[in-house]
Every structure is written in structure tokens, then in C-alpha cells.
Design a protein around this ligand. Structure first.
Ligand SMILES: *Cc1c(COP(=O)(O)O)cnc(C)c1O
Length: 395
């Protein structure tokens, strides 16, 4: 078990930046200005291995290197395999492209009616409103455009996207993404949310953001007022490891929740970060403690240069099996693969249906025991002895 679930053990403080005035530290613009963005910046605090050095040299051609001081503090400098480090410090593996990997792994470019809008599902769209993030995840599925290291030159035109949504009455759900929408100024966000709210057929608005995790200082009372005014605005945050659940994140989630923002979490299953049952369980327990409902657990997309972070999808299914029945139902995310090429998200669920006959469903519970549910109406069910099966074994 990840050892630190009690709230008084959650990380807080300024770590390497203890000398900085707290009013600066708590200012999101100070955090952005002082991001670590180069090999030299990282080497002030970490001893990099040759793999990491190579990754850093290559980063500005693939996906910019940037880590907020706040998030950098969560790296344990004495652990070369630190799970936070693996998410944000580039590695040489990024320079290699496996044959199955793609620049646009989930086929978004084929579902793009206008710039900034991905319209894959009939009733909802992804609205990309910026190409910038507070920090960059090395497995970013949109690394072709995010941070503009690959010269994609994405220039979001809000009006084009808004007009598309206005003209398509079938769109009832708009998901703001990017890049990170919460990097927009309060004014821009306010404008965008007001315009979306004014569209009669838009019922549901949500924001996908890792800002609460990378830059909780951005979740200011003023921002929360805007979210409240145009609410309900739902938000999916992106936490992958329990040590990202700090007191600062918890307080940011409190501010969002008290502003009426329902919170969900999307994690990516990553090798050496969260692909073991204890870490995953600790993560989802901490999320519940912060009022965040685990929503999706993603199989890592086949993005170029991500082989060193990807797991076998069967491992994800086994991990979900290790949770179901063993912990709070609310804590269990849906494991999904975003289908290569553009089929959308497809759920992968452990199989609890052993067999279906004309007479009954033969089911297996979380302990591996079988149970029968009769399908014939009005026929007394025969008594069936419980047949214990071996417990599922985690690979
Ligand atoms: C993930 C995604 C959505 C939202 O899907 P939900 O299952 O409703 O969360 C919408 N559009 C695109 C293109 C997506 O990738």
C-alpha cells in the first residue's frame, strides 16, 4: 500500500523554493514564469541519466519541456524511477517511433469539421481552445499540436468553433480542451462560457484540465466565481499517482466543488507510474477524499515515442478486476481504449459473465465464486451448489 493516505501526510510546502515569498509562490503567474524548461534547469535539482539528457535535448523538436516549480517539488530526487519524474522529464524513448505508433493516434484530424472542433460522437464535441499547458505530459496524445514544438501552428479561433456549435443543434455537450483551457485569462474564459451558455441546445459544458494538478494556484476565487456564474460546469482533472494528491490540490478541489463544479478524474495507465494495484487503489481513495470521482482510466494511446510508458491492455483489465468488489464502487474508473484511427472510446471490462444459456446467466463474483441468475420467468430456480473457481491471478 502506498504508505501515505492519512491527510496529515499529504505533501505541502514550497520544497526547493522555501526561500520564495509565499505571495509569489501562490501566484500562478509566478509559477508559470519560473517553470523548469531546459536541461540546465533540471540539472540544478536532479542528477539526470543519459536517457533523460537525450530526451531533454530532443524535447523542443517534439513536445516542449516545462514543469511548474510546484509540480517539480513532487519528484523525489533520490529515486531515479520516481513516478512523477517519469511523467514530465523527457526520456530518450521519445525519440524512437515504434511501427504501431502514430502522430495522431486516435484519428482526430479525420473528425475536424473546422479548426479547433473534433466532432466524433453525434451529440458532443471536443473544442480545442489553446495549444498551451502549464506543464507537458511526455505521453501527450496531442503532442502533434500541443506546445507547437512540431510547428503545427494551431491558432484557435473561438468564433469559428462557436459558430459551428451554434449551427449544429445536435450538439448538446461541449468539452473544452486543448492544451489546457484554464490557461486562458479569466476574461477569455468568461466570454467563452457565456457564449456557450447562450446556445439553447448546449445542455452540458465541461472542461478537461490538468491545471489543478500542475498549477493549483490558478484555481483562484475569481476563476471559481466565473465557473459558478455559468454553472453547472463539470470538470475532468488528470491525476495519475497518489503523490499528486497534495494539500494544495485538495484545497483547489474544495474551491471548485464549493463553486458547484462536479469533479471527475481521468488517469492514463502508465508503466512505472501507476500500473500496480496498490498505487492505483491509493490514488482512487485519495481522489474520493478530495470529492473527485474517478471517471476514466485510459490505455496509453499509440502516440509516437511512448513505448517506454505503455502497458499491455490486459494488465489494465486485471487492475480493474483487482479493484471491483474490493473497494468502494464510486472509486472505480472505467478502463477504456481510445480506438486507434478514430473509433472513439471503447470500454474494457473484466468478464463477470461466465456463460449464458437459455435458462440462466452463470456469473462470477469478485471472489471468483460462481452464481446463477435464472432467465426463465415463473420457473422455480433449482438449488445450485456454489462452485468455487480459482481466484483471478494478476499478471
Ligand atoms: C473523449 C471524447 C469526448 C467525450 O467522451 P465522453 O465519453 O462523453 O467523456 C468527446 N469527443 C471526443 C473527440 C473525445 O475524444
Amino acid at each position: 500500500m502506498f504508505p501515505k493516505d492519512a491527510l496529515d501526510n499529504w505533501f505541502s510546502g514550497q520544497g526547493h523554493w522555501a526561500h520564495v515569498d509565499p505571495s509569489d509562490w501562490n501566484d500562478w503567474k509566478w509559477q508559470l514564469k519560473h517553470r523548469l524548461t531546459s536541461l540546465e534547469d533540471l540539472e540544478q535539482y536532479l542528477e539526470l541519466d543519459p536517457e533523460e539528457r537525450a530526451g531533454c535535448m530532443f524535447a523542443n523538436k517534439k513536445l516542449a519541456l516545462a514543469i511548474t516549480p510546484y509540480f517539480f517539488n513532487l519528484i523525489n530526487p533520490d529515486d531515479p524511477h520516481d513516478p512523477i519524474r517519469r511523467q514530465v522529464v523527457p526520456r530518450a524513448g521519445e525519440t524512437q517511433t515504434a511501427p504501431e505508433e502514430r502522430l495522431d493516434p486516435v484519428g482526430e484530424e479525420n473528425s475536424k469539421p473546422v479548426d479547433g472542433i473534433i466532432h466524433r460522437y453525434p451529440d458532443r464535441v471536443l473544442f480545442l481552445v489553446t495549444d498551451r499547458c502549464a506543464a507537458y505530459c511526455r505521453y501527450c496524445t496531442r503532442s502533434r499540436l500541443v506546445s507547437n514544438a512540431q510547428d503545427y501552428n494551431f491558432h484557435p479561433e473561438f468564433e469559428t468553433g462557436l459558430q459551428y456549435i451554434r449551427e449544429h443543434p445536435e450538439i448538446r455537450d461541449v468539452l473544452l480542451s486543448g492544451g489546457d483551457p484554464l490557461l486562458l485569462s479569466d476574461n477569455k474564459l468568461n466570454h467563452l462560457l457565456r457564449e456557450l451558455r447562450a446556445i439553447p441546445h448546449v445542455e452540458f459544458i465541461r472542461i478537461g484540465s490538468r491545471i489543478p494538478v500542475f498549477l493549483p494556484q490558478r484555481i483562484t476565487p475569481e476563476l471559481c466565481e466565473i465557473l459558478k456564474e455559468h454553472g453547472p460546469i463539470w470538470m475532468s482533472i488528470h491525476v495519475n499517482h497518489p503523490s499528486e494528491c497534495t494539500l494544495a490540490l485538495r484545497e483547489a478541489c474544495d474551491r471548485l466543488a464549493f463553486a458547484g463544479v462536479p469533479l471527475g478524474n481521468q488517469s492514463v495507465l502508465l508503466k512505472g507510474v501507476n500500473n500496480d494495484p496498490d498505487t492505483l487503489q491509493s490514488l482512487i481513495h485519495r481522489l474520493l477524499m478530495m470529492r473527485v470521482r474517478p471517471y476514466y482510466l485510459y490505455q496509453c494511446d499509440l502516440i509516437t515515442g511512448s513505448a517506454h510508458l505503455r502497458t499491455d491492455p490486459r494488465e489494465g483489465i486485471d487492475l480493474i478486476r483487482s479493484l471491483r468488489g474490493h473497494t468502494t464502487g464510486y472509486a472505480i474508473p472505467q478502463f477504456v481504449i481510445d480506438a486507434p484511427g478514430g473509433g472513439g472510446k471503447i470500454p474494457l471490462t473484466p468478464d463477470y459473465v461466465e456463460k449464458i444459456t437459455d435458462d440462466e446467466l452463470i456469473l462470477r463474483n469478485f471472489q471468483g465464486d460462481t452464481y446463477r441468475y435464472p432467465l426463465k420467468v415463473g420457473v422455480p430456480a433449482p438449488e445450485h451448489p456454489k462452485v468455487p473457481l480459482p481466484r483471478p491471478i494478476l499478471t
